[in-house]
Design a protein around this ligand. Structure first.
Ligand SMILES: N[C@@H](CCC(=O)N[C@@H](CS)C(=O)NCC(=O)O)C(=O)O
Length: 210
């Protein structure tokens, strides 16, 4: 399988974590989101993923999967061990609530193309763009802080909620968002990063970062 990704993309980071946890090996191809006006916009990449975003997973039979939540669910169904969803409909719904809060309500507002639209098309100065970024993270984290348990997001087992949380916290750190009001989120993040599967998936641990 071939994973089209960008080492600094948090949606790609989610997949690297899940693939590591499930010990699934893939070939990775970097699509640099900033270089040459954004390699995601090239005709060659759009022929693979018409949405022009990362990540994108191309299976051995040529089938293309896009959208990290869908790919994570596919991975979970195809490689069930170790499970990243708990047993029981309610527990699964809780994990998916956290995952959706991050993937649907925080991340899309801080995406590269959204920030570029604010800055270029709407002529917003950089401080206003930075403030927008931090605002949506803070708002989402205020709710998340009340939802996460210990040691991981949903208790003793790593779940899809952690797979979503760690990259989102990394984004917050990269943008210098103050996390002091979110000790439970930070504790869950640190517990995850102590695991090799998470540590090896960090953007700074990728060869492309160097
Ligand atoms: N909902 C999508 C989001 C994918 C996405 O927006 N990825 C970002 C990087 S984290 C991207 O490719 N941005 C390129 C752009 O906005 O032009 C998913 O979870 O896969």
């Amino acid at each position: 399988m071939k994973l089209y990704e960008y080492y600094r993309s948090s949606a790609s980071y989610r997949l690297r974590i899940a693939l590591n946890l499930k010990q699934v090996t893939v070939e990775t191809v970097q699509i640099h989101l900033l270089r040459n006006g954004g390699e995601q916009h090239t005709q060659a990449y759009r022929a693979i993923n018409p949405q022009g975003r990362v990540p994108c997973l191309v299976l051995d039979d040529g089938t293309t999967l896009i959208q990290s939540p869908a790919i994570l669910e596919w991975l979970e169904e195809t490689y069930p061990q170790p499970p990243l969803l708990p047993a029981g409909a309610l527990a699964r719904a809780h994990v998916r609530s956290i995952a959706a809060l991050i993937a649907c309500d925080i991340h899309p507002l801080n995406n590269t193309s959204v920030l570029a639209y604010l800055k270029t098309d709407l002529a917003q100065p950089q401080p206003a763009v930075d403030s927008w970024y931090a605002h949506w993270i803070r708002l989402g984290f205020e709710t998340l802080e009340q939802m996460v348990a210990a040691p991981y997001c949903c208790g003793d087992a790593v779940t899809l909620a952690d797979v979503m949380l760690v990259p989102q916290v990394a984004n917050a750190r990269r943008m210098n968002v103050d996390l002091s009001a979110f000790p439970r989120i930070v504790a869950a993040e640190q517990a995850c990063l102590a695991l090799p599967a998470f540590a090896a998936a960090r953007p700074e641990a990728q060869p492309a970062a160097h």
